[in-house]
Design a protein around this ligand. Structure first.
Ligand code: SF4
Length: 349
């Protein structure tokens, strides 16, 4: 029975998740202000410090204090989230390199001890052999490495301040250690932010990584990428937004907690423009079900996007709603967003 228990729990969670998605869909169709009673995902910015200076990162303009999240605050967040009926997925990243948090491994172990699924995104530079072993033993479920090129020259032009050889060595070392320790976790994904410098490498990048990792993930680039970071939207995208605009799923499903403890509503809000609460002072569920959140959801349901400064020119919401066309690449399936100006692919085994 104890062997079956995790399987049964996963199945129950899966069915519950399915029902939740339908509820949200019905809410969208009938313009009802429905949202999940609990967020599905918590982004926790355990640090906003970084060891890189990537050319496309909005962190260049960070207007918040640079800090690691206080461990006691982190535990408060995890204690609350793990007590919910619906356990959210914990994503230990926002702006900053998570592995720089001095207690990163302990933070993962704590969340895992509370039965939560934990993932992160890293540049991999700080993950030496010892760190890699500790990561595997921590029980971390998933890690995505941001690795934008197969070429040292191009990589170091994009991921400024990092050393391509060290990062490659570290990732391969983690994959080797996983095999040696016969560990299924963390599942490893590799991501690439497509831009002019690396666009020509995309196919080779897939070929190189697809058999080595769980998935290869491509993030989009905007045309005016070099002018001010990936959050900036150009005029053509604005046109598409006005034609097809739909209510944003982030407001219904996830919550972002900055290293300070302040809470915002989505991963597009790098600069704290849509604060809805403070996790140091309030319970997360009170924030989630509070008036500030409700007002934002209502404006979206009523199509009043332009009345929210940050949402007016944002197209993050499209990630959920765009038409998907499926293409076979060898035995693996490529799910491609039908999107004229940006690319967002996810390769799945
Ligand atoms: S539309 Fe953009 S800015 Fe507004 S809530 Fe969605 S992701 Fe955030």
């Amino acid at each position: 029975m104890s062997v079956l228990l995790p399987y049964i729990k996963r199945k129950i969670h899966f069915i519950f998740d399915l029902i939740y998605k339908r509820v949200i869909l019905i809410g969208r169709i009938f313009k009802l202000n429905l949202y999940l009673m609990w967020p599905k995902t918590l982004y926790i910015e355990i640090t906003n410090l970084c060891n890189a200076n990537c050319r496309m990162c909005p962190r260049h303009d960070l207007n918040r204090q640079e800090e690691h999240m206080d461990t006691n605050l982190y535990k408060k967040i995890i204690d609350e989230a793990s007590a919910w009926f619906y356990k959210p997925k914990i994503h230990l990243v926002f702006l900053g390199e998570p592995l720089l948090h001095p207690d990163f491994i302990k933070l993962v172990i704590y969340a895992k001890s509370k039965g939560l699924v934990v993932s992160t995104i890293s540049n991999g530079y700080a993950m030496n052999n010892e760190y890699a072993q500790a990561l595997i033993e921590s029980g971390l479920d998933e890690i995505t490495f941001s690795l934008d090129s197969l070429s040292k020259k191009i990589y170091e032009q994009i991921r400024i301040g990092l050393d391509f050889d060290i990062v490659q060595k570290n990732i391969h070392n983690l994959l080797r250690l996983k095999k040696e320790l016969n560990s299924k976790t963390p599942e490893v994904q590799i991501s690439m932010v497509i831009q002019d410098l690396n666009r020509h490498e995309k196919d080779d990048f897939i070929k190189y990584w697809i058999d080595k990792v769980k998935g290869v993930y491509f993030q989009y680039e905007f045309k005016d990428f070099e002018d001010g970071g990936r959050r900036k939207i150009n005029n053509n995208i604005n046109k598409i937004i006005s034609e097809r605009r739909k209510s944003c799923y982030y407001l219904d499903e996830m919550m972002v907690i900055y290293s300070s403890g302040q809470v915002t509503v989505c991963p597009a809000d790098d600069f704290a423009e849509m604060l809805v609460g403070d996790s140091k002072l309030e319970k997360l569920l009170d924030i989630w079900r509070g008036d500030k959140y409700k007002n934002l959801r209502r404006k979206h349901m009523e199509g009043e996007y332009k009345r929210i400064k940050k949402c007016a020119n944002c197209d993050y919401w499209r990630g959920y709603n765009v038409t998907k066309e499926e293409v076979e690449i060898g035995k693996r399936k490529l799910i491609k967003d039908a999107n004229e100006l940006c690319e967002n692919y996810r390769l799945k085994k």
